[in-house]
Design a protein around this ligand. Structure first.
Ligand SMILES: [Mg+2]
Length: 173
């Protein structure tokens, strides 16, 4: 079974499936290799700032903006391991520009994590948490001289539209 092509985008309860690539706290950037069907080491972050969230991709999606599966940030009370499939509730998305190119990140929480059950939208996130994410996003490529810009936090509705657009792009491809 290929985690990108065979895993459905939504589970039976209509929760979003996310495949974790990087655990919160890591400086190791693992990336799913669609051909190998394995999580592969992409690189060790040059800038010594660890991921403040679990990070992964959404199966059966294609983001035409950066020519990659759609990225997802998973906020959880426990760190999630690379390769794990997580059923998630979508809170919105983080609008990001990587070297001038759109590279948006869906923000979600595991439905199986009761500690984050109160989070329904990105507006429920604390300012401190949002600032940490924005800081990481805009600085984690500093030592590579690559500029990443944070634009804004977007709603659940906007995230649903983004997911739908990327699902259609996958199906077309
Ligand atoms: Mg991307």
């Amino acid at each position: 079974m290929n985690l990108y092509h065979d895993l459905p985008i939504f589970d039976d309860e209509n929760n979003l499936n996310v495949v974790i690539e990087v655990s919160k706290g890591m400086l190791t950037k693992y990336e799913f290799d669609k051909k190998l069907n394995a999580i592969k080491l992409d690189r060790i972050l040059t800038t010594p700032i660890a991921f403040p969230y679990n990070y992964g991709f959404i199966p059966q999606t294609w983001n035409e903006d950066d020519k990659d599966p759609l990225d997802a940030i998973v906020i959880s009370s426990q760190d999630l391991l690379p390769g794990v499939v997580v059923s998630c509730r979508v809170l919105g998305y983080m609008q990001v520009l990587d070297r001038g190119e759109k590279d948006d990140k869906v923000v979600c929480v595991p439905v199986g994590d009761s500690v984050v059950a109160h989070l329904q939208t990105v507006s429920d996130l604390s300012d401190q948490l949002k600032e940490r994410f924005e800081y990481f996003m805009t600085h984690y490529k500093d030592l590579e001289q690559k500029k990443v810009e944070f634009k804004q936090w977007r709603s659940v509705k906007d995230a649903s539209a983004l997911i739908e657009r990327c699902r259609k792009s996958y199906l077309k491809k």
